[in-house]
Design a protein around this ligand. Sequence first.
Ligand code: FDA
Length: 451
Amino acid sequence: MTELQRDVVIIGAGASGLTAATRLWDAGLSVAVLEARDRVGGRLWTNDIEGATLEIGGQWVSPDQDALIETLADLGLDTYSRYREGDSVYINAEGTLTRFTGEIFPVEASTQREMERLIDVLDELVAEIGPREPWAHPRAEELDSVTWIEWLEGQTDDVEARDNIALFIADAMITKPAHAFSALQAILMAASAGSFSNLVDADFILDKRVIGGLQQVPLLLADKLGDDVFLSQPVRRLEYTAGSVRAVADGMTVSARHAIVAVPPNLYSRIDFQPPLPRRQQQMHQHLSLGFVIKVHAVYETPFWRNAGLSGTSFSPYEIVHEAYDNSNYEDPRGTLVGFVSDRKADHLFSLPAEERKRIILTSLSHYYGEEALSPVVYYESDWGSEEWTRGAYAASFDMGGLHRYGADLRTPVGPIHWSCSDLAAEGYQHVDGAIRMGRETADAILSDRT
Ligand code: FDA
């Protein structure tokens, strides 16, 4: 058993843990990063599948994500815009396809007015409540006691307006059914992206991609740390006192003054904390869980939809694939579509044999793009639910009532133990930007403790 001594031990080599580790290392502290997997990056994973480079995990960058954009610049990584020329596609409950441009789906004029009104109401609430401390707002308990869908039902009788507005947060972001999380949680999601309008605007929220893949961020950060990153070292136990910690992994231990636990909160209970965490944390962590989505990649010889004047951007709350985009790689002559199948639809599809699942998903894509979508040269499903060291996608959210009850303690250290993850972030919550912000914040807290 290797025994190391460091100033700080970091558990988890995702974007958050590696940001914290490099910041501490730059400030002259010694660090060791222990990673359970045999690779760095966590939910960032750029991989070659049958000759196609695919972003298995996170990939998009939006213009408000300052921390991520700064990191990309520091690491010398370039971005390119998602393809967006031409018409988008919307399919309504009757299965009718309509092409459109702009952000608002092509619906009846009265439904459009309701959607615009709801977006305005939400933008106002989001601006008032903000991402930093939604639990501190006077209406926090009220909004945390009503589900997202109930809140929408209270606002409008227009079912299609409701379904569409629900989609932007439920299927598309939190990846839980709209009855499974609160209106306050939905407001946090929108506030963390700047506004509800930003979530509706695919050209904003899914603006850019990184040439060569977003996993380069953790890979390059890890390169900086060299031999201080240890792979295939799941931390099983964390022993701590007021001023010391000892992390016990499979083949090594690291003793340090501080620990940063940079894993998603649904995995905290996999670590045996000694002494056990305080009551408040033990309770709180049981109210956080990951949503679930299948990210589907279909690669074609050419981006055939562009010839038909389509941008590749498609939406329907009534389709198995509720949203899909042109995801072709930079300067790649092949065309890639990426689509998403969320929560209960994903559960259902995973109860079917793989070939049946593929047929259903491709059929759904063909509803948007025509018959050619049925025959990709490469087909792949990102299944984060099967990943032992993640267990879902995209990220963690509170169950009903959890956010106003526990939110204030989410980021509070326990003795020498700090928590860092995109799933705890304010701005950039559930995104790489939030992971980086949290990494910076925890490193700075440790550095300020030192002075
Ligand atoms: P992350 O989960 O990445 O890292 C935690 C690390 O801890 C992992 O490497 C894990 O193996 C390790 N670990 C866990 N337990 C351990 C233990 N006991 N001991 C040691 N190590 C342990 N975001 C975005 O900005 N744009 C996007 O387009 C998308 N899209 C997207 C798609 C999909 C399919 C997914 C799954 C996610 C996204 N996201 C995204 C979200 C984004 O990927 C995510 O928010 C961040 O990558 C999370 O980074 P963290 O470092 O916080 O956690």
